[in-house]
Design a protein around this ligand. Sequence first.
Ligand code: IMP
Length: 427
Amino acid sequence: MPSLAIVGAQWGDEGKGKIVDFLAGKAKTIARFNGGANAGHTVVVNRKTYKLHLLPSGAIRKNATLILGNGMVLDPEILISEIKLLKKENPTVKIYISDKAHVVMPYHKLLDVGKEKRLKAAKIGTTARGIGPTYMDKARRSEALRVYDLVNGNLQDKLEFILKNKNHELSDFGTKVGNGDLGQLFNDLVMAGKFLKPYVCDTSAMINELLDAGSLLIFEGAQGTLLDIDHGTFPYVTASNATVGGVCTGLGISPKRIDEIIGVFKAYTTRVGEGPFPTELLDKTGNRIREGGKEYGTTTGRPRRCGWLDLPIVPYSARINGFTQLAITKLDVLTGIEKIKVCIGYKKGKVNGQLFTPNIDELVKLKPVYKEFDGWESFPSRAQIRRGGKRALPKNSRKYLKFIEDYLSVPIKIISYGPDRKDTISS
Ligand code: IMP
């Protein structure tokens, strides 16, 4: 297992953080390739909960090496507070940040909020973390700031040029950068640059050297396939490539260097923000899943929309990502639901078909076709599962898993049944 990519197969929040943390017991180097503080990973170790937005998920493992790749967008304030916290909790951790990653500035957050407000009903439902505007500046190039600029003291001229343009853009929303206090903004950035400088390097060179030396690496994705800017349910997507292609561009490695690609999906479906969601449950079962699965955004606290497992999404994601294995999470959350449904295809007019489409005009027209399963009343304890493995799981949950595995024809190698890293079965 020299290198593994971990990718979300649904609309994000699949529990990738938990799976990365579990696998980080073997591979101590974890490199994140996309997104920013829009993501949130919750990792529970020995009943202590850690919520991280920027640092990769194996962060709490002893001697972990964490790499933040060039495909990420980094908010210095959040990054610095996470580094400080982690250094306290895990003094053995090593952190490396790409000099090519882009910097999320306060005006990106103002623009994110302003644009969403103006869109009214057509809004995307972003996390308001400035992600879209930062990637827009990356594509626009002349108004972008990279980590290199922050740590190499060439900030003043660049910032003056950028701010003139940004103030022009912000005047549309009746506001200004830093409320006009540019001195404060400049000082904050200089201080951030000084703090971050020891962590900054050419992470692509580093990752390639580690792979050459035969080290085990995990490439960690944020969000999920259906939030990918190219392959997701556009425009209700994030601004980066959350699919496996993002590993190569976001870390600076060849596709040939990825050995295994694990698709992570939940035993049901959730999404946050706007956009079509064919299996959404707006009833008490949806509420029950939300409360049982603690389905509230780690970043924004927003209640997640919940629904039955929409199975055709997974082969769609597998087509884009080429999953070599799957991990299912939150199986325990379905405990106590008398009849569990799984969407196995869609009715379009009079025609039944299996194919999922990310095209939202088509997606809104799809009516799910369900298969119903008998539920299970209780779930075994961790000790029982440790003793009996998969066989200790309730019979009906095994039927549910078997059906999913047969439908997908990709092996489910990891089953997660609770937030703690110990609540995991792997084969
Ligand atoms: P943005 O990434 O903040 O621009 O948000 C764009 C869309 O992606 C919105 O629907 C967000 O709710 C969604 N989104 C962004 N990050 C995550 C995540 O980590 N989990 C789930 N949804 C996310």
